[in-house]
Design a protein around this ligand. Sequence first.
Ligand code: SF4
Length: 453
Amino acid sequence: MNAMHRTSMGNDADPINILLADLQMGLIDGYMGLTMATELSDVLFGTPKPIRSFANLATIKPEYVNIAVHGHNPLLSEKIVEWADKLNEKAKSLGAKGINIVGICCTGNEVLMRHGIPLAGNEFQAELAIVTGALDAMVVDYQCIWPILADVASCYHTKLITTMPFVKIPGAMHLEYSPEKADEVAKQVIETALEAYTRRDPSRVYIPDGAEEIIAGFSVEALLEVLKKINSDDPLKPLIDNIVNGNIFGVVAIVGCPNPKTRRLAFTERMIKGLLKNNVLVIVTGCIAHIAGQAGFLNPNKVDSFEVGNGLKQVLKALGNVAGLNSLPVAIHMGSCVDNSRIGVLLKALSERLGLKVSDLPVVASAPELISEKAISIGTWALALGVTVHVCPPPRVLGGPKVREVLTKELKSITGGEAYVECDPELAVKGILDRIRQKRIALNLPVPEAVVI
Ligand code: SF4
């Protein structure tokens, strides 16, 4: 109600009062939205554990019936995974090798985290999955679904299937999901894909080569399990020790969307590379995790392929060995956009263990390519928690001098958070490193001589 009033005509006109309400809404969304959704998903479907899979369009396989799950809600996609298994023999009877489920955007991340379903593409690449000519159905729930997908699908045999009462797209088939009808709808989705497969034109199939190996599933619980193998009484201690001694200079969570304006700059990839050189532990979620996967940052066998600071590399390899891997990958995949809540849980655990405020920790969040209003909401939650939040493109509120002043300066004295806007990837890395350096100095932790860009 409060939020509705504040976004309606003719109400609050005091920028400070409006910004305070934003922080309030950020906290509500962060705890009652994200954290609640993650907790309930874990209760219903299980808490993710490290799991191997693959990323990019090459995960669509020409010899299989291919179904993409797209959107955000794991409720239906969990059932689709289940029914794909049940109807696998039917696919074989049609001449396919079986049914291959692939993920787009955050529904993709949800089923990757718990089942190892491969990531075909981020939200920006959804059309490309159809254009492979080998996608038999794309089933969508809500958010980040381009209406143009129906037009693209109409050029192929692909069935675009909408499933939510508030998401209908002209040209798409609508099979309405409800929890009571979950099995029925999931079965219908698979049967629709099987029928579409019989109409696939092999001469129009073009799938790029080279699926990239990835490892995902790093819930906080899974990370603690690994750390407990080093110190069962105080599992956070090995992580804290390595932050204190500088092997890990700081932690940066790179989250959110792929923006067409920043994709052409490879903004995310350039930032991750810059941070790795400086011993920053990188965490990824959302569509950024797809980008990281496609670039090899989630591949545990590619740690030596990137320029990674010696301290960080040593930690990744040591933890990887403990976890039964060669190494942890250079970026840690913690899940969907909703799973940013997992990062909040980790921050809370670190802050409680150290008796420090979140704003004191050498931690920064970055949404380097944001497009969605949800990213604004999650970023506001992080600001309310006291985290420095880097963003690009500039949010459309910075034209107001008072608002700019509060978000980029005065907020530090209220929550400890700070909005940092920088749209050059290398300068963004430098700005983030400077901010981590300041926090390390304030904590009397060692700081390296110079940053490497
Ligand atoms: S990261 Fe952004 S684009 Fe991707 S699913 Fe989440 S909100 Fe949508």
